[in-house]
Write a protein that binds this ligand. Sequence first.
Ligand code: RB5
Length: 150
Amino acid sequence: MKIVVASDHGGYEMKEAIRRHLSEKGFEVLDAGTYSEESASYVEFSQRAADKIVDGTCDRGIVVCGTGIGVSMVANKNPGVRCALCTDSFMAEMARHHNDANMLALGGRILAIPYALMLVDLFLSEPYDGGRHDARLEQIADRERRTFCV
Ligand code: RB5
């Protein structure tokens, strides 16, 4: 599984911790920036990560800003991206089991890093349940086709 990570300055420290954590676990990680704590746009960097999901370069994406709100808003503008903003383990589990989320958004100013890493692990290990949820994901895809003409 290839994973893209990205953040603005508000999520930089957490993004770096996630990048190291995933590399240590043997995942192939693409770091789409930002690369310092200098002020940066969450729009630009979340979009860089979403691009890698849309074009198929990466299987999963993890984006971090101060709250996780901005990066999730941007990622979810992209067809085929299902980005879940999670603040606890139940949300991370459900994001996979029910929503088949392919991107995770986290708040660098919201969560302690060890807790965020635990959510990352859940996001990468929990399965999608399929079944009745397929029809809902198809409804989302239908909304995307109408909005983006894809
Ligand atoms: C940057 O200060 C902050 O606005 C950003 O990281 C994020 O929280 C936006 O949603």
